[in-house]
Design a protein around this ligand. Structure first.
Ligand SMILES: [Cu+2]
Length: 121
């Protein structure tokens, strides 16, 4: 009787190990989610670091008026409506420091609405 329980407990322990390892593998495969909030006249966070070659999902949320976010170096231009959230997939293919700009005119501070992007190896 006791042996049976021990075996069952071991089996459960093994299953847990396998399950957690599978989850770990999956989280490595899944694109990294980067949430960015746009609000007159800044992005939060204003600084983002990504890994070259790692797929990311940019989740851009506007807290007020329509905004955009464009990275000319990566051919990325996302536009988001007032109060909306949009997702865009992209994979940085070069390292360096880049600047993203708001691509939808949103008022007097629009020109200075920028986000720093660092791509590392
Ligand atoms: Cu703008």
């Amino acid at each position: 009787m006791l042996k049976k329980w021990t075996r069952a407990a071991m089996l459960i322990a093994i299953l847990f190990c396998v399950a957690s390892q599978t989850r770990l593998l999956h989280s490595q495969d899944a694109p990294k989610r980067v949430e960015i909030t746009a609000k007159k006249f800044s992005f939060t966070p204003g600084d983002v670091t990504l890994k070259k070659g790692q797929p990311v999902v940019l989740v851009l949320k506007s807290e007020d008026v329509p905004h955009g976010l464009s990275f000319r170096d990566f051919n990325v231009n996302i536009k988001v409506g007032a109060g909306k959230t949009v997702e865009a997939h992209f994979t940085p293919d070069k390292t360096g420091d880049f600047t993203g700009h708001c691509s939808v005119f949103c008022g007097s501070g629009h020109g200075s609405m920028a986000l720093k992007l660092h791509v590392v190896d």
